[in-house]
Design a protein around this ligand. Structure first.
Ligand SMILES: [Fe+2]
Length: 454
């Protein structure tokens, strides 16, 4: 039975409220729903959703004040969503205009389209889309001024999108190699493929993909050494989602995974060492460790996210013409921050309270607990995937900023932006290290011990 997600809006930072709700909404499949709770009537959101996503959902009050409002938002089943989405660009806050349009574009399936309406010619967006997504769409003016501009943007059908993305794995920092490849893989739609290039056989990745994602892809060597390896990885079409890889490989992948074998390629073993901890975190009680993470790393993110987002937008606005990669950088920073904030909200509101209950139970067997013991591993694995995505984003920032080297014409804000991203990188790496090396494995272990006592 699928559980319905509930979002307590009062717990979100004001500026993150609407973006987070939109993110939840966009993640819904047709027919799915989620619930928001708030301390005032969220009706403005209703109008915003209608304006930006169109009339494709139902809005039902489960509780209507005066102190608490609960609303169930359900995305209509596909057969009820006939209309092409229309985005009124003038109603969007300036800094969210381009990220929102890109989000709409990225959400399109091949052959689908959406419409944007603006009070001036949105031609710069055309060039930005071409630069960042490639020549994979059509751009058709339905109305061309002088007061209103209406453009239909259609993502080309697959057969017209010939180019396959290539990933040069040797150029990626060792610890980010596999997360990045997984990110590419997860972004594939059924039937799509990408090519990885490497200086040694990436076969360990084959088993890792098989263990983690299952038998849903094909693996074809285009070049097989001795100096260069190229592999085309394709996600199977929906009609053949599994059953294409040899049974013995599947068994081997499962066996390796069960044994906890790391899949790192031989030349990747020299993992970059994470900063040596100043404290001996290994000795800390888990409830203390959760408080520490909340008060240092989650706090840092909350305190700095808005500033970084605004700074990236400002620098892109001023220098984006001469340095178009800044536009991309600001878009990815926006999504990176949203994703990380979502991740910390789930930890603050769900996982960490559970960990505290477990610790209390361990200290006193009489303690009542409200979660089902023995079930913690899967949700923790989901949180770890968020970390992989954040790590891959950070790697991308390094690529886009030439390892945080500002160009000769960079102003002080430009330079500060790079410094600030680098600071984020250090904080996020330390944050992930604490959770993945100490908190998560110990919490899973304790959860298993409590399950055995039951
Ligand atoms: Fe965290």
């Amino acid at each position: 039975m699928a559980t319905i997600e509930t979002l307590d809006v009062t717990k979100l930072e004001p500026r993150m409220k609407h973006p987070t709700i939109f993110k939840y909404f966009d993640a819904l499949q047709p027919g799915e729903e989620f619930v928001i709770e708030n301390d005032h009537d969220p009706k403005p959101l209703y109008y915003e959703l209608i304006g930006e996503r169109g009339d494709i959902f139902t809005w039902e009050y489960l509780e209507k004040g005066p102190e608490w409002f609960i609303v169930r938002i359900c995305k209509n089943p596909l057969e009820e969503q006939k209309e092409v989405k229309r985005l009124i660009v003038t109603t969007i806050e300036p800094k969210f205009k381009h990220p929102t349009i890109f989000k709409y574009f990225d959400a399109l399936n091949a052959g689908e389209s959406f419409i944007i309406e603006n009070d001036h010619d949105p031609k710069p967006l055309y060039y930005e889309l071409i630069a960042e997504r490639g020549d994979i769409f059509t751009w058709e003016y339905l109305e061309k001024g002088p007061e209103v501009f209406v453009v239909s943007i259609c993502k080309n059908p697959l057969e017209e999108q010939k180019e396959v993305e290539r990933l040069n794995v040797t150029a990626i920092e060792p610890k980010f190699k596999h997360p990045t490849i997984f990110k590419y893989f997860d972004a594939l739609k059924a039937g799509e493929s990408f090519i990885i290039e490497n200086d040694h056989d990436p076969k360990p990745l084959y088993y890792e993909l098989l263990a983690e994602r299952g038998d849903i892809f094909t693996w074809e060597y285009l070049l097989q050494g001795p100096e260069l390896y190229e592999v085309q990885i394709a996600k199977n079409p929906v009609s053949e989602t599994s059953g294409t890889l040899p049974e013995k490989d599947i068994q081997k992948a499962e066996m390796l995974k069960a044994k906890g074998v790391q899949f790192a390629c031989s030349s990747d073993k020299k993992e970059e060492s994470v900063k040596a901890p100043i404290y001996d975190y290994d000795k800390w009680e888990l409830d203390f460790l959760t408080d520490y993470i909340v008060n240092t790393h989650h706090r840092y993110l909350k305190d700095n996210a808005e500033m970084l987002n605004d700074l990236a937008i400002k620098v892109a606005e001023h220098h984006g013409d001469n340095h178009p990669e800044l536009n991309r950088l600001s878009t990815i920073i926006y999504h990176f921050l949203q994703d990380l904030i979502d991740n910390t909200v789930r930890e603050d509101e769900v996982l960490f309270p559970i960990i505290k209950q477990m610790v209390a139970k361990q200290r006193n067997a009489e303690t009542e607990i409200t979660y089902k013991v023995g079930t913690l591993e899967d949700p923790i694995n989901i949180l770890k995937k968020d970390h992989d995505v954040a790590a891959a984003d950070l790697l991308y920032f390094r690529n886009l900023t030439n390892n945080y080297t500002p160009p000769a014409d960079a102003c002080s804000s430009y330079q500060y932006l790079f410094k600030k991203i680098q600071e984020f990188e250090s904080d996020v790496q330390a944050h992930i290290h604490l959770e993945e090396s100490f908190l998560f494995p110990k919490a899973i272990q304790l959860d298993k011990e409590l399950a055995q006592l039951n």
